[in-house]
Write a protein that binds this ligand. Structure first.
Ligand SMILES: *Cc1c(COP(=O)(O)O)cnc(C)c1O
Length: 354
């Protein structure tokens, strides 16, 4: 039986997606060739990437709204650099909600002045700062919608006149948002979409061309827009699997459907964390992530016992990030509700036995 997979990333993908992906490795489109041994400029693959780009916009409600979707290389970490390279002329504002924001800030500092509008670093990023103001002469405001490491999630986004840029790597396609508020959204594939190796970047028309510096071709969004994400060889397999996952999500009922399931999963686990005296959450309740739930044992001496119990219950990937410790249950779109129930059962069994 497949394990209950709570891995934070790369992470769980839908069974039917894995099945179709493995078939395409051997025989794609019944053409007796593998997906990964045909030209990326052949019609079958161009159809795949065009469909993936269209599905991404459709699911987010951004179709025909003046946005384009790209599948680029280099992970979300490359976007930390590209965003600043392409959009930062003088000054940019950043909200620091964790490890990933911190890294985005570090890259951007190479290109101009960075105003950190607020940070939750003082408390180990266990909350989302609120009530900050964004300078209206900033070239853009950058935030991270979901802190994958500490397990916090932005529930609201600021009203601002400056372009809004968001790293949505670990919660894109998981909940409904007013996506039209954003000017640029990026997300590494390996959290809610596909295998590592490609990054979805969604760009609103008209935001580029405002910086004076020369930008190397591969790092220039304009290059990739002009070539429809085919400037060089795209990550064919990750793009294909992303397309399958987006199609899977669309067939289920899209984001409105999956958001309900994600809320049910989060509710089930957080209510057990709050009820069970052996566990406690580590982040501010109002900022809890529906994707990554972090918690600790109230009695450290039970660690070995609990670790053995969940591993025996066929559960994978529950250890917290090395910088945080404790436990982290990542409940991305493809994780079924019964996997969360399996974890809750183990937590209750630990309580009964102690
Ligand atoms: C995982 C993650 C990243 C890093 O992604 P890479 O593809 O490894 O560069 C960046 N931001 C967030 C929010 C993440 O969860």
């Amino acid at each position: 039986m497949k394990k209950h997979n709570f891995s934070a990333g790369p992470c769980i993908l839908p069974e039917e997606v894995l099945q179709k992906a493995s078939e395409a490795i051997l025989n794609f489109n019944d053409d007796n060739l593998s997906l990964i041994e045909i030209s990326h400029r052949s019609k079958p693959f161009v159809t795949v990437i065009e469909k993936a780009r269209a599905l991404a916009l459709e699911l987010l409600g951004l179709e025909n709204k003046g946005y384009k979707a790209l599948f680029l290389h280099g992970g979300a970490s490359m976007e930390f650099l590209m965003v600043a390279y392409n959009l930062l002329q003088k000054k940019a504002a950043y909200l620091n909600t964790g490890t990933w924001s911190d890294k985005a800030i570090k890259e951007a500092k190479e290109f101009g002045e960075i105003v950190e509008v607020a940070s939750s670093k003082d408390k180990g990023f266990n909350y989302i700062p609120k009530g900050y103001s964004i300078p209206n002469d900033a070239d853009y405001f950058h935030c991270t919608s979901n802190n994958t490491v500490a397990g916090t999630q932005m529930k609201d986004f600021p009203q601002t006149d400056v372009p809004l840029i968001c790293d949505m790597s670990s919660d894109i396609f998981s909940r409904q948002l007013d996506f039209e508020k954003f000017d640029l959204i990026y997300a590494g594939a390996q959290k809610n979409m596909g295998p590592a190796g490609t990054t979805l970047v969604i760009i609103k028309d008209g935001i580029l061309g405002k910086v004076e510096r020369q930008i190397p071709s591969m790092l220039n969004y304009q290059t990739h827009l002009e070539k429809d994400s085919m400037f060089n060889t795209p990550a064919v397999f990750p793009v294909y699997v992303s397309m399958l996952t987006l199609q899977w999500l669309k067939d289920l009922g899209g984001i409105p459907f999956i958001e309900k399931v994600n809320n049910q999963k989060a509710e089930l686990l957080y209510s057990e964390i709050d009820r069970n005296p052996l566990f406690k959450g580590i982040v501010a309740k109002e900022d809890r992530s529906t994707m990554n739930a972090t918690f600790v044992l109230t009695d450290d001496s039970l660690t070995e016992k609990f670790d053995k119990m969940w591993q025996d219950a066929n559960i994978n990937g529950l250890h917290g990030h090395r910088s945080v410790g404790g436990y982290r249950a990542s409940m991305y779109n493809a994780l079924p509700l019964y996997s969360v129930q399996a974890l809750v059962d183990v937590m209750q069994e630990l309580e009964r036995n102690n």
